[in-house]
Ligand binder design. Structure first.
Ligand code: HEC
Length: 264
C-alpha cells in the first residue's frame, strides 16, 4: 500500500520541512526579481516607462511600425545608459534622417562615452556600435527580437523554468487539497504555460495579436506559482489536518486504502 500513500507536510521530518521552506523562500524571491526583470526590459518600449502594456510586449517580439531598433533599445533596456539630454540628441538624429555628417559631429561622442564600453564587440550578443555603418544598421525599422535571440532565451527558459516548477510542485504534492483535480490542475498549468508562453513569442513576432497569449501565459503561471507557494508554506507550518487524516499521522492512504488507526 505504501506506493499509494500520500504524505502530508505534517508527517515530514522537521529537517525536510526546513529544506522545503528555505527553497520556497529563495525561489519566491527569485520570482519577484524575474518580474522586475520583465518590467525593466519591457516597460517604456511604448514610450511610457511607468507600466508594462500589451503594446510593450508586441514591440519586444514583433517590433515597432514607427521606432527603429536603436530608439526602441534607448526607450527600453538601454534607457539608463545615458542622460536624458543626450538621449534626445540621438532621437533627433534618427528623426532627421540619421546622416553620416550629423553622426560624426553629434552622436559619435555620446556613443563613444556611453555605449562603447559594452558595444565594442567583446560580447557577440550585443550589437557593435563602433562605426557609423554599424549604428546605421540599427536605425532600420525595428523588427523585434531576432530568431537567434528568441531561440537562446527559449532554451534557457524551457530548462530553467521546468527546474523551478519541478521543485515547487514536488513540494506542493505534500499539500492536502480537495477536490484532487484542482490540485492536479494547479500542478499541470505552469508546465503548460511555459510551452504556450514560448511558442507565443514566435507567433507574436509574426502576428502581434499573439502578445495576449504571452500575457495570459504569464498571468496563469504566476497564479499557479503563488497558489503552490502559499498553500505549501501555510500547510507546512500553520494548518491542522482534518481529524480522519490526523489519526493516521498525516499518512493518507488514497484510492481506497484503509487508514491505519492508532488504538491508544
Ligand atoms: C553596461 C553595458 C552596456 C552599455 C553601457 C550599453 N549597452 Fe546596449 N546592450 C547591452 C547588452 C548586454 C545588450 C543585449 C541585451 C539586451 O538586449 O538587453 C545591449 C543591447 C543593445 C541594443 C540592441 C537591442 C536589441 O534590439 O536587441 C542596442 C541598440 C543598444 N544596446 C544600444 C546602446 C546604446 C545606444 C548605448 C549607449 C547609450 C548602450 N547600448 C550602452 C549592454 C550595454
Amino acid at each position: 500500500m505504501t506506493n499509494r500513500q500520500f504524505l502530508h507536510f505534517s508527517a515530514l521530518p522537521m529537517s525536510t520541512r526546513m529544506v522545503y521552506t528555505m527553497t520556497l523562500l529563495v525561489l519566491g524571491t527569485g520570482y519577484l526579481f524575474a518580474m522586475l526583470q520583465v518590467f525593466y526590459s519591457h516597460a517604456g518600449l511604448d514610450g511610457n516607462p511607468n507600466n508594462i502594456s500589451a503594446q510593450d510586449i508586441r514591440t519586444a517580439y514583433h517590433g515597432s511600425e514607427t521606432d527603429t531598433r536603436l530608439v526602441t533599445a534607448l526607450k527600453g533596456p538601454m534607457a539608463g545608459m545615458l542622460p536624458e539630454a543626450e538621449r534626445a540628441v540621438i532621437f533627433k538624429w534618427v528623426d532627421t534622417g540619421a546622416s553620416a555628417e550629423a553622426y560624426e559631429s553629434q552622436v559619435k561622442p555620446i556613443v563613444q562615452e556611453r555605449c562603447i564600453a559594452c558595444h565594442d564587440g567583446s560580447n557577440p550578443h550585443v550589437p557593435l556600435l563602433t562605426s557609423f555603418d554599424e549604428v546605421s544598421k540599427l536605425v532600420a525599422r525595428d523588427t523585434g527580437a531576432t530568431i537567434p535571440t528568441l531561440v537562446r532565451v527559449s532554451h534557457i527558459h524551457l530548462f530553467g523554468i521546468t527546474f523551478i516548477f519541478f521543485i515547487v510542485s514536488s513540494i506542493f504534492t505534500h499539500a492536502y487539497m480537495r477536490p484532487l483535480w484542482l490540485k492536479c490542475v494547479i500542478i499541470v498549468l505552469p508546465f503548460l504555460t511555459i510551452l504556450t508562453d514560448i511558442f507565443s513569442w514566435y507567433l507574436t513576432k509574426w502576428v502581434p495579436g499573439f502578445a495576449w497569449f504571452i500575457i495570459a501565459s504569464g498571468v496563469v503561471m504566476g497564479i499557479s506559482f503563488t497558489a503552490q507557494w502559499v498553500i505549501s508554506m501555510w500547510q507546512m507550518w500553520f494548518y491542522t489536518l482534518p481529524d480522519e487524516i490526523t489519526e493516521c499521522e498525516g499518512v493518507l492512504p488514497i484510492l481506497g486504502g484503509t487508514p491505519k488507526r492508532r488504538d491508544n
